[in-house]
Ligand binder design. Structure first.
Ligand code: BMA
Length: 856
């Protein structure tokens, strides 16, 4: 009479209101009445839907939603249970995620007190259920209000991240350190403070009799070209001791199928069942650029007495991953090796795509990851101040061949050292690693973001050590060591031993202090933050792997207009300032400084938007190419940051709506598998041919020096051997050698990599900062083809950073933010819902010429 596990979704029919007695009822009486709730969801999004709070992304509304995260909320739902369900031996209530401090009662009986946003909760419910209507209630406590009275009584508060801008927490007394909840929601330097509460994942009732399949994993202890030695690992919870038959079937990427069957003996309770097997000549998963991202489909059935009672599916890719930590002439390396190939990691850091995780749809994820892939990235780092992402993210990364560096969720705050906090984190880590470990895209588990370096060097930690003394500081430090060097490392070693662990970013894995150039990974912030050095300072650092560095820019006018009134479109307007979180809103002045220092004074606000993106794109390009050219000393470039949490002024290259900034187009070129890099420093230009291809290429290098009006000063072509997986030096020129006496302000050097005459990659070099160049009027022209699907752009004279857009009409272009040599014409593909007439009307063209007031 064995029947399979039955699942009853409890996502429907929820209502919510302010918890009875909450002090916010006086000011928000409507929120004290029962309102429809969306599960999975948040209180904030439901209040928006009920029109009781305004969109916090618009104008300066962020301030007006703060009360929500300071209030306690109550959810309730009524659901029906039938007699058949109640007749099952086990009925369990499962919350895939509660945000965060939640008391759950079923028909008035207290079932659960949850305290970790990142955990799944499963509780036996049969004893409290009855046939017919049942009532489930969830009370959510404001995480700030819950912890603050306790924290204010403590001898100290641990060093935290960003102080609240809204006065709800005293400076330096941050509750966020003490709770397992997404840190960015407390406000970050690129996003608003919106402390969500709610039932943020699915709720269900699961009923079963003989056994439940609690886990299914395909471990890959050894994968190479000849063989994959695998282990199907099943976690079976059995009602009683007995026998079961396990059948494993799989479909290879080429469609071939295989299966194996095994009888197993189960004891009552938890059983770990392991089935070793091999696949000869596996069709391995490769990161993009190195082969196909092949995926196998695995399916398992567990049967009792010939009847299947539990099944599960896993899609996974077979690959080996190693973190290369070799001692060499530069110190100790940090490089990813996948299937034996040492890979230069090219990509960016990923932050949560929304303040409200429930608004992040698989379609938005797919679009964003496609943008990353289209920009020739091969790695994204899921930053530790957010949340462990939805399955769709990793599934999409698997499919696209994007590697994922996965942080555990610690954003930079110093964690408490008590054992209960550590146990809570361990439970979270086991669940999350178990959920994600079959994704071949995940190539690194990393303990935290910047906790090590925060403790070693941030002002707040240095002050803490002074104030609290040696003994207490040693206790705090030991707690972190325990958590990041042992607890999380051990979880990865037991749950995902095929993937490397790294305790923090940046780190040297405790060889030395964190954030050093010669060992481990490195975050470089002395450009933009720190001393606000010009982008040229990127050339002065050559770490083993640069996992963070960034420059801000404004998002497009269309994006700004979506949240700002026309009168707010000024760099110093209070509302634009509310959308700039760096240095308590002072970031807009920093941005202006970076633009003016390099390019001059923008002619108007629209020109500033454009110039800020050009500044960001050219600056990051310099750093990324410097790192690529420095291979193998450097083996990675992940700039800060790929995406946005809201329409704000930030370091992103793709904005909240998915619109590409100039940087994303530049990335597509500077991360291309074959790239000619020409870097000019102190009057010398060094040329490197960078290749991520696994085979060498016999090509040509053409050097042309052009007058900006079109005259060729000189030109030279030579054969060039582009070595595989390498950066090959290909020239070293003084300015005098390039210029041949030409005017440095009106001359540009063009370096091109040619394959049988066809340009594969091109790099321009200028002989001075942008603001000193005497750019000619390029006489730009654009013509849209009748079908509105392609566009030609041409320039009579040299044009730098040509930017084509269609105002508020959305259109993706095959290229943008490009240079045109004198007389050059390019054809771009246009993808838009708008028709040709509308596009033609909205078309705008700009370039550096005329963008500043100083240009003639
Ligand atoms: C880093 C990150 C983030 C931060 C970014 C920009 O150090 O780890 O915490 O948002 O810089 O300042």
């Amino acid at each position: 009479m064995a029947a399979p596990l039955a699942t009853q979704s409890l996502d429907a029919g929820w209502q919510f209101r302010l918890a009875p007695g909450d002090r916010h009822a006086a000011e928000h009486p409507q929120a004290a009445q029962w309102l429809p709730a969306t599960v999975p969801g948040t209180v904030q999004t439901d209040l928006m839907a009920a029109k009781l709070v305004a969109d916090p992304y618009a104008g300066d509304n962020e301030a007006k939603i703060q009360w929500v995260g300071l209030a306690d909320w109550q959810y309730r739902s009524s659901f029906t249970v039938d007699a058949a369900t109640l007749a099952r031996r086990h009925v369990e209530l499962v919350f895939d995620g509660l945000d965060t401090f939640a008391d759950v009662t079923l028909n008035g009986h207290k079932l659960l007190a949850a305290d970790n946003m990142f955990r799944r909760w499963r509780v036996p419910a049969k004893a409290w259920l009855h046939a017919g209507a049942n009532t489930l209630e969830v009370t959510l406590h404001s995480p700030i209000a819950r912890l603050q009275p306790w924290l204010l009584k403590q001898p100290y508060a641990l060093p935290g991240e960003f102080d609240s801008a809204f006065g709800d927490e005293p400076e330096g007394k941050q509750t966020a350190n003490y709770v397992r909840k997404a840190a960015y929601q407390y406000g970050w330097d690129w996003g608003p403070r919106i402390v969500t509460e709610g039932i943020w994942q699915n709720v269900k009732l699961e009923s079963w009799d003989t056994l439940r399949l609690a886990g299914f994993h395909v471990a890959q202890p050894r994968v190479d070209a000849d063989v994959a030695q695998l282990q199907a690992q099943l976690h079976v919870v059995a009602d009683a001791a007995g026998k079961a038959q396990v059948t494993l079937r799989w479909r290879a990427p080429d469609g071939g199928t295989q299966s194996l069957r095994r009888d197993v003996a189960l004891k009552a309770g938890d059983n770990e069942v392991s089935l070793p097997f091999e696949i000869a000549h596996p069709q391995r998963w490769w990161p993009v650029g190195y082969g196909k991202p092949n995926l196998y489909d695995f399916h398992v059935d567990v049967a009792v007495d010939g009847k299947t009672v539990a099944s599960a599916d896993r899609e996974t890719g077979l690959r080996s991953v190693e973190l290369l930590r070799e001692k060499d002439q530069w110190g100790r390396s940090f490089a990813f090796v996948v299937n034996g190939v040492t890979i230069f990691a090219k990509g960016a850091n990923f932050i949560p795509m929304d303040s409200f995780p429930n608004r992040v749809t698989p379609a938005r994820i797919a679009d964003l990851l496609q943008s990353a892939r289209d920009a020739n990235m091969n790695m994204l780092r899921v930053w530790g101040g957010g949340y462990y992402l939805e399955d769709a993210f990793y599934a999409e990364a698997d499919k696209l061949g994007l590697m994922v560096w996965q942080d555990f969720m610690f954003g930079g705050a110093i964690p408490p050292y008590d054992a209960a906090f550590r146990d809570n984190t361990r439970a979270e880590a086991i669940q999350q690693v178990d959920r994600l470990r079959d994704h071949p895209s995940i190539v690194l588990w990393c303990g935290n973001n910047e906790v090590e370096t925060a403790w070693e060097s941030w002002g707040t930690s240095l002050d803490f050590k002074k104030a609290q003394g040696k003994a207490e500081s040693a206790r705090v430090e030991q707690g972190m060591r325990e958590l990041f060097d042992h607890t999380l490392r051990d979880v990865v070693a037991s749950q995902s031993p095929d993937v490397p662990y790294w305790p923090s970013t940046p780190s040297s894995d405790y060889d030395t202090k964190a954030n050093v150039l010669d060992n481990g990974d490195y975050h470089y912030w002395n450009v933009w933050s720190g001393d606000a050095l010009p982008a040229s300072a990127y050339l002065d650092v050559t770490p083993r792997f640069q996992s963070e560095y960034g420059l801000q820019s404004l998002p497009s006018m269309a994006t700004l207009r979506s949240v700002l009134d026309p009168s707010d479109l000024a760099i110093d307007s209070p509302v634009l300032r509310a959308h700039q979180k760096f240095d308590k809103g002072k970031g807009n002045q920093r941005l202006l400084m970076y633009v003016e220092r390099e390019y001059g004074k923008p002619k108007d606000f629209a020109a500033l938007v454009y110039l800020s993106q050009v500044m960001q794109a050219e600056g990051i390009q310099l750093a990324a190419e410097h790192l690529r050219a420095a291979r193998p000393q450097s083996m990675g470039s992940l700039y800060w940051q790929l995406d946005d949490v809201w329409p704000g002024v930030t370091w992103s290259s793709v904005d909240y709506y998915g619109r590409w900034k100039a940087l994303q187009y530049h990335a597509k070129r500077f991360y291309a598998p074959l790239r000619v890099v020409a870097i000019r420093k102190d009057g010398r230009t060094q040329v490197s041919l960078v290749s991520d291809r696994t085979v060498p290429l016999a090509a040509e290098l053409r050097v042309r020096v052009l007058d900006m009006d079109g005259k060729t000063v000189w030109e030279h072509t030579q054969p060039a051997q582009v070595a595989a997986l390498a950066s090959t030096p290909a020239g070293d020129y003084t300015d005098a050698q390039l210029l041949h006496g030409a005017d440095p302000h009106r001359t540009v050097a063009v370096f091109e990599l040619l394959d049988h005459g066809k340009p594969l990659s091109r790099h321009l070099v200028y002989f001075g900062p942008a603001k000193d160049l005497a750019l000619p009027d390029p006489d730009l022209r654009a013509e849209l083809f009748a079908d509105g699907r392609s566009l030609t752009v041409s320039a009579k004279n040299f044009a730098r950073e040509v930017w084509v857009d269609f105002g508020d009409l959305d259109a993706s272009l095959s290229d943008d933010a490009f240079d045109l040599l004198p007389g050059e014409r390019v054809t771009l593909q246009v993808d838009s819902k708008a028709d040709a007439a509308a596009l033609r009307k909205a078309l705008q063209l700009r370039s550096l010429y005329g963008a500043t007031v100083a240009t003639p």
